[in-house]
Design a protein around this ligand. Structure first.
Ligand code: EPU
Length: 426
């Protein structure tokens, strides 16, 4: 058996311009939201990633007409059927669980297999389920097949306090509550920009949601939702990944289509690390490679804190910092699988699994090696490390990277990177 690898010849400085695509984590919630509409919905700025293909397949399973070209997704849900979602496509990505909230909202009945997603340790959905139950749903779970059946005679607005400000639970509860009778109040709601984007789409479709972006979201249920057009916000995690790349191996890089406020935490940390950059409208120019970057401490937090999705890419950058850096993870305590891969490339990193942290001693000169992307952002970390390394790095499990980064090889090659893909023997 052969498998594809991404091969990176390291050591080249990057110059030029890159345009950030639409946000993956908004898109994967916007697409399932469409089933709430009774008329066609068009979304532009949709990134070319395999998660979008999987969600489009699920819409087709529900008998929606779907077309996707040049970043524009057109969906006509006029003949939608509430078919059980139990095929393989549902298991390809975790975000397919947004169909749970959306179909429950629209039909008060949904059958769906529990989805997959990146292996980041335990990822329960108890908060989603508690929310659905509070709105009046009964939940049957076939443990053996891992299939959920949720149903209700009536969904009734209520007050829901989230024990943790979960992105997924906030969105999923919103998707059901928009069609519940009366008012739902979500307290301790998550505040990530992707949640605001989803609420904006839902409001354009006729929902009545206020307070997104704060701790308290108020939703007044409606009886019908309509067609609309919407553009996805820029991907702050892809932007952050390119900012880190620019800090690591950039000569002068212009990164376009950024909402810089979404990246405040990363930008502060990059400034602390000694990176020179300038924000110009919706672009950021990053100047030059660092001379003597300083080791630093980073702790992941819910938005607007430092994003967990960027701590893995940041780990690669910190290998060139002088001194002892430390990263502490508070969102996914087991999100450190990238560290063992970076060690294969010569990094000096020790993971303390009990403490959910890792310590990086630097600077170290990374070298090429055969490594594995254990999850999406591990893949991003390895691409960055490959660009920084001497020699050739081969990254296996490229499907993780293709789930979430839109044409990353082409974008980097256009700025002077040397990245190819080929098949190798197992
Ligand atoms: N959690 C629970 N119970 C729940 C839901 C969450 O205990 O019912 C826990 C999780 O296990 C985790 C923490 O709460 O420890 C955070 O989970 P959250 O629900 O906030 O995250 P998510 O919705 O599963 C989204 C992104 C992730 C991103 C996190 C945090 C999508 C599809 N995924 O996940 O993105 O890391 O928010 O910002 O939007 C990625 O892009 O690589 C990625 C994993």
């Amino acid at each position: 058996m052969s498998k594809e690898v991404i091969a990176i010849e390291g050591g080249h400085l990057l110059n030029g311009t890159v345009r950030i695509s639409g946000a993956k984590n908004a898109t994967v919630a916007l697409i399932p939201s469409i089933v709430l509409a009774e008329e066609p919905v068009e979304i532009s700025g949709v990134p070319e990633i395999s998660d979008v293909d999987a969600l489009a397949d699920l819409l087709r399973e529900l008998n929606c007409e779907v077309s996707y070209s040049q970043g524009v997704l057109k969906v006509n849900p006029a003949n939608i059927q509430n078919t059980p979602l139990v095929s393989e496509a549902v298991e390809k990505l975790r975000a397919s669980y947004y169909f749970m909230g959306a179909l429950l909202g629209r039909y008060k009945d949904v059958t769906i297999k529990m989805p997959g997603g990146c292996p980041l340790g335990e990822r329960p959905i108890d908060l989603h389920l508690k929310g659905f139950e509070a709105l009046g749903a009964t939940i049957d779970w076939d443990e053996e097949k891992n299939i959920y059946h949720l149903y209700a005679d009536e969904l009734i607005g209520t007050q829901i306090y989230l024990d943790f400000a979960s992105v997924g639970a906030t969105i999923n509860i919103m998707l059901t509550a928009v069609r519940a009778k009366g008012r739902t109040i979500i307290e301790n709601a998550a505040k990530e920009p992707e949640i605001i984007d989803v609420a904006n789409l839902l409001n354009k479709m006729g929902a009545r949601i206020r307070g997104v972006g704060t701790d308290t979201i108020v939703i007044d249920g409606v009886d019908h939702m309509y067609g609309t057009i919407h553009e996805v916000i820029p991907d702050r995690i892809e932007a952050g990944t390119f900012l880190i790349i620019a800090a690591a191996v950039g000569n002068k890089m212009l990164i376009q289509n950024i909402i810089s406020q979404h990246l405040d935490a990363l930008l502060s940390k990059l400034r602390e690390f000694g990176v020179a950059f300038e924000i110009i409208g919706d672009s950021i120019v990053v100047y030059g490679k660092l001379q003597e970057p300083r080791a630093m401490r980073v702790t992941t937090q819910v938005y607007p804190g430092f994003a967990t999705d960027l701590q893995q890419p940041l780990t690669s950058l910190l290998t060139c910092g002088y001194g002892r850096s430390k990263i502490t993870e508070t969102i996914y305590e087991e999100r450190f699988n990238h560290c063992a891969e970076l060690v294969k490339m010569g990094a000096d990193i020790i993971v303390d699994w009990e403490d959910a942290s890792c310590v990086i001693h630097g600077p170290t000169q990374l070298h090429g090696a055969r490594v594995k992307a254990t999850d999406l952002r591990c893949g991003a970390a390895l691409i960055i490390a490959g660009l920084m390394a001497e020699g050739v790095t081969e990254i296996e499990n490229v499907h993780h990277i293709d789930r979430g980064y839109d044409n990353i090889d082409q974008k980097l090659n256009a700025m002077g990177a040397r990245i190819t893909r080929y098949l190798v023997d197992d």
